[in-house]
Design a protein around this ligand. Structure first.
Ligand code: GDP
Length: 575
């Protein structure tokens, strides 16, 4: 999760393992958090207004270029203190509400059923995955770094070298960029085209491009490098397995990106917090510093120290001297003698190829967190998102939480190819029928109707408090971020303060929480949210808390307090 928070216990190689014994003890870490928050604060100053405006309202996210709210209703306390959501109460409440054995009021919902439409052929998902794409595992890669570090140029050029952009198109970009007086941006335009597509809201690949290495199929996620980055990062890069951090080697430029106000540290820390453990650092624009080894080493030593503090293992960070503009060390090893005289390591592509493919939770019940919703030309509508767990087949019935309704998967598309099935790790587009598009929004989770995701408005979590100016007290308003969800919430209770390394309770019911503390808190969301315990699904059980433009804490869900239980097809909100 966070530096310290995410370190694995001995013998536990699971990335992102959360273990108190490895919560960072040293003060350097706390100082680091202080620094981070200052960074985030200064960087986010212009966004303070935005987030503070959002807080009391409904979270808004851009969906296919248009603003859309999430489909969660504000729960209201009904008769007998039963919490129900407005639409559910209206649409689902039976004429005479039934009572559960414990006196809880039940709201009847359709009994979930497995696919009834197209006959579902049993498949051996692991064997199918092996077969797919010549057995190449899928890797989701995000490119991060300070604005102007050369991210788009680097990746655009790499895609060109890989043959993903034909010569004619590249020529067109060169001509157009020259005409626009931005000749040096020609390669960057390769990725910008995806941006246009995204704005039109017609494709599934929201800022995503696919390319192949010898042993992997890579989904490249294009994360914007400017100010809006943090909220986008949390929703977008949460889906990444590995990252390429691009830094500008030019004198003064690396420093500008790395010091206060730059985005290098912030991005690296955020991807680490979001579960990324393997990182390639492209020390870019080496042409600007005459391919000097001394400059490369200087950057490595500055960055290395920081990345270690941020929770990256030294053995999982790889530095490559590159030039996105001239193409050195991108798809093939460089032949520039000034560089080869001291660097004989892998090219960027070789490094991406060498990343370990993550373990996917294909054995767990199906989960997909919606990142986009749009109307298709045919019947039904489409949602996109990454399958976090399990798999689906065309014809399956899946459950959307909220609104707790089932629909049928009419089609599955992966990288613009229609498929019969898709599994954990895949960024897919699903064509759905049997449900109104209006009910689905960014942040909804589709799941296996037999084993639905937890839905709650109240949960407990272990959090690590970043540097904050105002201590957190009961009732503190926050914005809860995880996956594609961004939801107003409050810190309902401060349960305990924990020892940083042992996890032992130091104080029960503290009055406030201040910087650097580890604590158990109870969080109350305005509307029901779908999430999981961290121990069951890491991806759906970790989150960040933001407050007026700053990330103030990161945490993991330990207990769901008011699970919107589904028992025998009945759903109720116990108080
Ligand atoms: P981004 O904001 O990180 O995506 O950066 P861009 O890819 O848009 O690049 C910013 C500027 O740096 C553009 O003018 C690029 O042509 C230039 N640039 C990118 N990579 C290199 C490089 O390796 N060497 C030099 N000299 N310039 C580069």
């Amino acid at each position: 999760m966070l530096p310290g928070l995410m370190r694995s216990a001995p013998g536990v190689e699971e990335p992102g393992h959360f273990d108190y014994y490895y919560w960072n003890k040293d003060m350097a870490f706390v100082c680091f958090l202080v620094f981070l928050t200052l960074l985030v604060k200064s960087r986010d100053a212009s966004h303070n207004k935005l987030d503070s405006e959002v807080l009391p309202k409904v979270a808004r996210m851009t969906v296919s270029g248009k603003k859309q709210t999430m489909g969660f209703d504000v729960p209201s306390t009904g008769e007998n203190g039963v919490v129900v959501t407005a639409t559910e109460a209206a649409s689902k409440r039976p004429e005479t509400p039934s009572k559960g054995s414990n006196g809880d009021e039940h709201i009847t919902v359709p009994t979930p059923a497995r696919s009834t439409g197209k006959a579902r052929q049993a498949i051996n998902i692991k064997a199918e995955l092996e077969k797919r794409q010549g057995g190449k595992p899928l890797l989701n890669l995000v490119v991060i770094g300070h604005v102007d570090a050369g991210k788009s140029t680097l990746m655009g050029h790499l895609l060109y070298l890989l043959g993903n952009v034909n010569k004619r198109t590249m020529h067109k970009y060169e001509q157009e960029s020259k005409k626009a007086g931005k000749a040096s941006f020609a390669y960057a335009w390769v990725l910008d085209e995806t941006g246009e597509e995204r704005d039109r809201g017609v494709t599934m690949d929201v800022g995503m491009t696919k390319f192949e290495t010898n042993s992997k199929v890579v989904t490249l996620m294009d994360a914007p490098g400017h100010k809006d980055f943090i909220p986008n990062m949390i929703t977008g890069a949460a889906q990444a397995d590995v990252a390429v951090l691009v830094v500008d080697a030019s004198r003064g430029e690396f420093e500008a990106g790395f010091e206060a106000g730059g985005q290098t540290r912030e991005h690296a820390l955020l991807v680490r917090s979001l579960g990324v453990t393997q990182l390639a650092v492209a020390v870019n624009k080496m042409d600007q510093v005459n391919w000097q080894q001394a400059r490369f080493q200087e950057i490595i030593s500055k960055l290395g120290h920081f990345l270690k503090q941020a929770g990256f293992k030294e053995s999982d960070v790889f530095y490559i001297p590159t030039s996105g503009l001239s193409g050195e060390n991108l798809a093939t090893r460089s032949s520039v003698s000034q560089l080869t005289s001291w660097y004989s390591g892998p090219s960027l592509l070789e490094q991406i190829d060498a990343f370990k493919a993550p373990q996917r939770s294909v054995d767990k019940p199906f989960r997909l967190c919606v990142s986009d919703v749009f109307k298709d030309q045919g019947s039904g509508f489409c949602v996109t998102g990454k399958i976090e767990a399990g798999y689906i087949q065309a014809g399956d019935k899946i459950l959307a939480m909220p609104p707790n309704e089932t629909c049928t998967v009419k089609g599955i598309t992966l990288h613009d190819e229609a498929l019969d099935w898709a599994a954990a790790g895949d960024h897919v587009s699903l064509t759905l029928t049997g449900m109104d598009i209006i009910k689905i929004n960014v942040g909804c989770v589709f799941c296996d109707p037999k084993e639905p995701i937890r839905v709650c408005t109240r949960f407990r979590a272990r959090v690590l408090i970043f540097n904050i100016e105002v201590p957190i007290t009961q009732g503190f308003p926050v914005l809860l971020h995880y996956q594609t969800v961004s939801e107003p919430a409050t810190i309902r209770k401060l349960i305990s303060v924990l020892h940083k390394s042992s996890g032992e309770v130091l104080k029960k019911k503290p009055k406030c929480l201040s910087k650097g503390m580890n604590a158990i808190v109870e969080i109350q969301t305005q509307r029901p949210v779908s999430l999981e315990l961290y121990k069951d699904y890491k991806e759906l059980g970790r989150f960040m808390l933001r407050y007026v433009g700053s990330t103030i804490a990161a945490g993991v869900v330990t207990e769901v307090r008011d699970n919107v239980k589904t028992r025998n097809g009945l759903m109720f909100f116990p108080v």
